[in-house]
Design a protein around this ligand. Sequence first.
Ligand code: APR
Length: 320
Amino acid sequence: MARKKIALVGAGQIGGTLALLAAQKELGDVVLVDIVPGTPAGKALDLAEAAPVEGYNVSLTGGDDYSAIAGADVVIVTAGIPRKPGMSRDDLIGINSGVCKTVGEAIGKHAPNAFVIVITNPLDVMVWVLQQASGLPPERVVGMAGVLDSARFRYFLAEEFNVSVEDVTAFVLGGHGDTMVPLVRYSTVAGIPLPDLVKMGWTTQEKLDAIVQRTRDGGAEIVKLLGNGSAFYAPAASAIQMAESYLKDQKRVLPVAAHLSGQYGQDDLYVGVPTIIGAGGVEKIIEIELNDEEKAMFQNSVDAVKTLVDVVKKLNAEKA
Ligand code: APR
């Protein structure tokens, strides 16, 4: 059986980490593409030279021409600019929407059968832009945010309870921004919902509220610490989990930015919801029951994403 092909558009901090993880897991041959000449080829060569030590049997190449992604099974997009301290994800919209349009067109031309995972921020609107530009079916174009936001939530909860991160499950819905909705009711330690753990005296409501807020601010916390870029290890690991579920038809239940066409009362909008990811891409969008408070928070998040979609539509109209 021929190896799968993983194309990484954007060979920066996240792109390089994606390449390492994809190689270590032997998901397939890896191609890095970036507009900066030298960087993708340099990173690919460096990683190829680590193969004899690490023991992975995949080829790693890089270049600055989008045609290198031809025939890819999975394309992961990080092309664009990251945040600097003091910037919100939304501040990136002008530059990154142009980048996502260009990259989307290139995917439509060279890799129309791929499963596409977008990481570029502001996430939910960038997936929307890229899917439109690519012409690919929406179930094969998704955004990575929920897995990362949930991973942050899980890590903070595991720390609080002094239990393994593996035994903490958590759900985060909505857009990848300050309005994201960590769902306390649906998050558990080994199946015990968080509200029960408060009742059991494992934590207090105040501490739980603080963890929810820290999850919402998780990206900004890293941006502030790094001082010259944004998070890359956990975002890369999260996207690789999504790619693996697609490539191996694992049917993992993962929160991703998926295209809604009626679900949750939304139409033609990308936003974070629980999905099943398998060989068909997004095989199912899971519509969970939300209580009134959760519904209001989700709607607030949806409205924030819609505002950004309108900004992009206006930018496009000005350019036309
Ligand atoms: N085509 C290909 N690559 C591009 C393009 C383009 N049109 N425009 C920019 N790039 C490349 C840059 O040259 C850079 O190498 O995208 C790469 C982005 O890498 P970093 O600046 O290191 O950013 P990174 O930390 O990887 O984050 C990428 O993901 O989480 C989001 O907010 C983050 O939008 C940012 C993206």
